[in-house]
Design a protein around this ligand. Structure first.
Ligand code: CMP
Length: 148
């Protein structure tokens, strides 16, 4: 019997981090998402404050690298986007590659643009619940232009 796979249109949060913004790689990175069928349906550039960095990454507050994480994400402007598409949360994670660029598959964003686990070019929501929370942290509903 033919197998059917469930395809759901989802939205996920993506951040192009200060390392990649500083290297003028915004356009190059967005191309990875668009050529894989994800659409940018909201975007803004911000230079996060320390309070915003801590709040955004609150799930990591007990981790030993928390302070470095906040210092880095607040070290320069970031491009924040909502990406939309079929299974966008998992697709975005595949397109980004593993958190540690040394372990990221060839052709992924982190393999191509990241230099270390801290300076890893992009952030992406890791599950549905976090995607919803992260999107609403940065965007009001009327700032998101769904094309689904
Ligand atoms: P990101 O997807 O933005 O989510 C949390 C970030 O913590 C992660 O990417 C990494 O840049 C950073 N980080 C630093 N050290 C570690 C580590 N040992 N394990 C996981 N994430 C780490």
């Amino acid at each position: 019997m033919a197998q059917t796979t469930t395809q759901t249109v989802e939205q996920t949060l993506s951040i192009i981090k200060p390392d990649a913004v500083g290297q003028n790689m915004i356009g190059n990175i967005i191309e990875y998402f668009e050529r894989e069928g994800l659409s940018v349906v909201a975007t803004k550039m911000l230079h996060l404050t320390a309070a915003q960095g801590k709040e955004f990454y609150a799930v990591h507050k007990e981790r030993p690298f928390f302070q470095e994480l906040v210092d880095f994400i607040t070290s320069g402007p970031v491009l924040i986007m909502v990406l939309e598409g079929e299974n966008a949360i998992a697709r975005n994670r595949e397109i980004m590659g593993a958190t540690d660029p040394q372990k990221a598959a060839p052709g992924t964003i982190r393999a191509d643009f990241a230099t270390s686990i801290d300076r890893n070019a992009v952030h992406g929501s890791d599950n549905k619940e976090n995607a919803k929370a992260e999107i609403s942290y940065f965007f009001k509903p009327n700032e998101i232009f769904s094309r689904a």
